[in-house]
Design a protein around this ligand. Structure first.
Ligand code: F3S
Length: 69
């Protein structure tokens, strides 16, 4: 069975670079200050796992955590 992933943005680390939103708009949204939050509870829909890892590796602030459930 494929692992299920969750994404989480650490609000203390996020500086609003928005690369996560550009790379994985299904998984991240920006608030009025331009800081990112995971969509919903952060559960990554099937098929979007690569985007979760891509967003994590492209955040300059290392603010994105990807966890396996
Ligand atoms: Fe923030 Fe990193 Fe995205 S700094 S807006 S979580 S690319």
């Amino acid at each position: 069975m494929a692992e299920r992933l969750k994404v989480h943005v650490d609000p203390d680390k996020c500086q609003g670079h928005a690369r996560c939103k550009a790379l994985a708009p299904e998984l991240f949204e920006l608030d009025e200050y331009g800081n990112a939050h995971e969509v919903g509870d952060g559960t990554v829909p099937a098929g979007l796992e690569d985007k979760a890892w891509l967003a994590k590796s492209n955040c300059p602030e290392i603010a994105i955590e990807v966890t396996e459930e």
